[in-house]
Design a protein around this ligand. Structure first.
Ligand code: OAD
Length: 234
């Protein structure tokens, strides 16, 4: 059990593992490859410059998969926790699906972008909702400025979003909980170390993450099994 007092501020970081029970494959586990490509080879500015159709084929597949998936008990438990803690919970996800929101969470921070948004790769038109798929032979969509429309995703080598808000929340939290993330992709892998000495830290997932040594305690199991009865609020 994780005891949450009325004075606590909770930072939750989720990764691909929380959506695994909804049928969305994780990146580094079994089934994590796409047509024999590592995700780093498809999710990058280099891949986009080389072959934007190939990149859209990958994200179109992911849009289809995510649209068909349903939130699981883990997402629902976190949405319920948000209802009770309100702005004392900072829910930050590395996931680009919208399963936290579809479970009812209202204030999700998507540090790696959102699958159902696109943006222009050339002008500063803001990201816009987009659930279409662009698979070859469909052309790569174009912006009015002549640029190409790309997925609103933080690719390898790009800067994650909303890092100022995240740093601020890490500074203020008294409890840090990571769920379903392998602890290898920076900067998220370093968040727990950032809170050391100030916050109690917990990991939830079936395997130890690479940064396990930085956590105070580990709850071993699936998010959907553990989260519904993990939190005890004062
Ligand atoms: P990974 O695929 O690296 O790790 C998924 C983690 O989820 C593993 O540690 C699994 O043990 C765990 N897991 C599997 N099933 C679970 C379950 N039912 N409940 C809880 N945990 C479970 O995914 P991430 O750490 O999220 O970045 O990957 C981080 C980033 O790397 C992603 O956001 C993505 C990727 O490349 C970008 O696209 C920028």
């Amino acid at each position: 059990m994780i005891q949450i007092a009325s004075s606590d501020r909770v930072f939750i970081l989720t990764g691909a593992g929380i959506s695994a029970e909804s049928g969305i494959p994780t990146f580094r586990g079994p089934g994590g490859l796409w047509r024999n490509h590592r995700v780093e080879e498809v999710a990058s500015p280099i891949a986009w410059r080389r072959d934007p159709r190939f990149v859209w084929e990958f994200y179109s597949m992911r849009r289809r998969l995510a649209a068909a998936a349903k939130p699981n008990d883990g997402h629902i438990a976190l949405a319920e926790l948000e209802k009770r803690l309100q702005d004392r919970l900072f829910l930050c996800t590395q996931n680009v699906d919208s399963l936290h929101e579809r479970a009812g969470a209202q204030r999700v921070i998507h540090m790696h972008g959102e699958l159902f948004k696109s943006r222009c790769d050339s002008c500063d038109r803001p990201p816009f909702p987009d659930d279409r798929t662009y698979e070859p032979p469909a052309p790569v969509p174009c912006c009015e400025c002549g640029g190409q429309i790309r997925p609103h995703i933080c690719w390898f080598g790009e800067m994650p979003y909303r890092l100022d808000e995240i740093a601020n929340a890490l500074d203020r939290c008294s409890i840090f909980i990571a769920i379903g993330t392998s602890g290898v992709v920076e900067p998220a892998a370093n968040f727990v170390a950032h809170t050391r000495g100030r916050a109690r830290s917990y990991y939830v997932g079936p395997e130890e993450p690479a940064n396990i040594a930085a956590f105070n305690e580990c709850f071993s199991g699936k998010a959907g099994d553990l989260l519904p009865s993990l939190f005890q609020l004062e």
